[in-house]
Design a protein around this ligand. Structure first.
Ligand code: AMP
Length: 113
């Protein structure tokens, strides 16, 4: 299977600003930031999207959220932040490798577009 864009960034084939990494995931700076802080928390395993995750991915999915929360704490986002997972075409997904958006550093609007 061809590597996803994010796998190519993980292996260094494509450049990217990786701000954090561990054995299960990386945190990548979004190339088109929608807020002063916009990171993508991406599992090393190329799960396409949350709707295709399986029971065996449970620990990985939990790890992504815990990592996002820890990074938000490290970045002093105590005033608030947002976590977003886009799923499929109607959800606005453009990269078919699961990722959690971590957005912060400004007042975020609701509802999203
Ligand atoms: P989504 O639309 O939820 O699938 O999110 C994909 C995100 O990946 C978008 O916010 C893009 O700006 C971001 N993105 C696309 N290509 C790159 C790249 N080469 N490096 C970092 N972020 C990227």
């Amino acid at each position: 299977m061809e590597k996803t864009l994010f796998e190519k960034i993980m292996t260094g084939e494509i450049p990217g600003q990786i701000e954090y990494e561990d054995d299960l995931c990386i945190a990548l700076r979004d190339i088109n930031p929608q807020a002063p802080i916009h990171l993508l928390i991406i599992p090393r395993k190329p799960i396409p999207r949350v709707g295709e995750a399986s029971k065996e991915d449970q620990a990985t999915l939990g790890h992504l959220l815990l990592t996002a929360g820890q990074i938000a704490k490290n970045l002093n986002l105590e005033n608030g932040f947002r976590i977003v997972i886009n799923n499929g075409e109607d959800g606005g997904e453009t990269v078919p490798h699961l990722h959690v958006h971590l957005l912060g550093g400004r007042q975020l609007d609701w509802p999203p577009g």
